[in-house]
Write a protein of this length. Structure first.
Length: 287
């Protein structure tokens, strides 16, 4: 998740640099195009073509459709709402993910997970301080992006049980490319100069971010992964303050502390559970 958070920060910087100069559909198209080129080279050199199967192609298709929809809604909401409110609504993803994972993957919503999610969202609200009049058209679009991302997270968790990360990344690039092209063609324009460099970096960052997420979800439950993702917001805020001179107030550190507390609660092993496990191991040795 550390690798994923770093990659998403780089992706956000690229989006910030290109925002206003290139249409959203065009950015998503070139991102998918460069991602496909990179992942194809990786597959060729590591000779892992056998990992690309069509056994779960329908789920790959569903995952990438909702993921693309989430990306597009998120960028669209940025033009309808203040950035702070978009981020606040985006970080409702763990709530939707926990509910969807409980229904679809039969994961349990424990007291620790509930506390971690509540603390994480509280930290986000402290940092961004969204206004009270949030539920207009822009807010609904941002909420739709959060729901789409939650569906994508849940699909990746299911896919990671049988599919290798390289296959998930390959299908992400292949299936999203034609969809992005349909959105890019009506507003087509060729990138210029340093815009090409940012598009290449965004393609690389997209691959590394989703690779790290796929690996993380292979190791633990999806709700743990998205809870750790809360740390992305204070890091992005700090980077924005350094690169773009955006103000960083005391609320950032208060919110980050709340999110960190939520992460520690979520990752900590119950003391009773350790004692019980140790007792079982001792009994097994005695037997």
């Amino acid at each position: 998740m550390s690798g994923s958070i770093f990659s998403f920060c780089l992706l956000a910087i690229g989006g910030r640099e290109l925002g206003g100069d290139l249409p959203v559909g065009l950015m998503l198209f070139f991102r998918s195009l460069f991602s496909l080129a990179f992942i194809s080279l990786v597959i060729f050199f590591i000779k892992e073509k056998s990992q690309i199967t069509i056994n779960r192609l329908p789920l790959h298709g569903f995952r990438n459709l909702v993921h693309f929809a989430g990306q597009y809604c998120w960028f669209l909401a940025m033009g309808l709402l203040p950035l702070a409110e978009v981020f606040a609504l985006e970080f409702t993803v763990p709530l939707w993910t926990a509910l969807i994972a409980a229904l679809v993957l039969k994961e349990k919503i424990t007291l620790r997970k509930s506390a971690a999610i509540v603390l994480g969202i509280s930290g986000v609200l402290v940092i961004v301080q969204p206004g009270v009049a949030m539920f207009d058209t822009g807010a609904l679009v941002a909420l739709a992006a959060a729901v789409f991302y939650a569906l994508a997270h849940t699909a990746v968790k299911s896919l990671s049980s049988t599919e290798k990360p390289v296959a998930i990344l390959f299908y992400m690039s292949v299936l999203q490319l034609p969809v992005a092209l349909c959105f890019a063609l009506p507003q087509w324009q060729w990138p210029e100069g340093i815009q090409w460099l940012w598009l290449v970096l965004m393609g690389l960052a997209a691959l590394s971010a989703h690779y790290c997420i796929a690996r993380a979800m292979l190791s633990t439950e999806v709700t743990t992964v998205v809870t750790l993702d809360f740390l992305r917001l204070p890091l992005i805020a700090l980077i924005a303050g350094l690169l773009y001179q955006e103000g960083v107030g005391f609320s950032l550190f208060v919110g980050a502390a709340l999110m960190l507390a939520g992460n520690l609660i979520n990752l900590a092993k119950p003391v009773a559970g350790k004692a019980q496990q140790a007792g079982k191991q001792q009994a097994a040795v005695s037997d």
